[in-house]
Design a protein around this ligand. Sequence first.
Ligand code: GRF
Length: 212
Amino acid sequence: MFRLAVFVSGGGTNLQALIDRIADNSLRDIEICCVIASKYHTGAQQRAEKAGIDCMVVNRKDFNSQEAYDEALLTSLADKNIDLIVLAGFMSLLGSRFVRMYENKIINIHPSLIPAFCGHGLYGIRPHRAALEYGVKVSGATVHYVDEEYDTGPIILQKAVEVKSGDTPETLQLRIMQEAEQIILPQAVALIAAGRVRISGRQTYIIGGEIK
Ligand code: GRF
């Protein structure tokens, strides 16, 4: 079994996509061993509990340094033999010690076509607001490996979504969630679990044929 830990902070729609793909057998031989929330009372936590998945809160505000938070997260994952950490709407930064301990084993879903509208402070609804303010005609979502900065690791998958006239940040966010995020995150997990993603510097390569 390929063992996932999913880190969350919000509504959990991306976590739910993984739960649903495992339930409908689109994702095979993959299990979510635990969900870790960076704050209390999230929708993601309720989704995990409803799915019978072990969910812990490691509340970022309870720690006065990045190092202490990293240590608490590492302790929470100890002896769980996690193969991949998925940041699914996770709003906290992971420090260099944590990222090094799980080098090339952490992926993140970001709601824009990186390198556009990403980086520190551009999360949640903000990338969509920035995309509309800029006037782009296409936005989308990106799954990438996590390194020690915000949204800068090697890109694994991207999916474009048309910006429609009259879009608000909210309507664009919903369309990107439904038409991009919830498709490419499970796809990326499946590819990594199957050993089909190779990293070379900033590039990644998908081997073994088409992406299903
Ligand atoms: C999503 O747009 C995700 O891309 C971003 O946070 C938003 C909420 O995610 N990182 P979720 O509903 O908590 O999965």
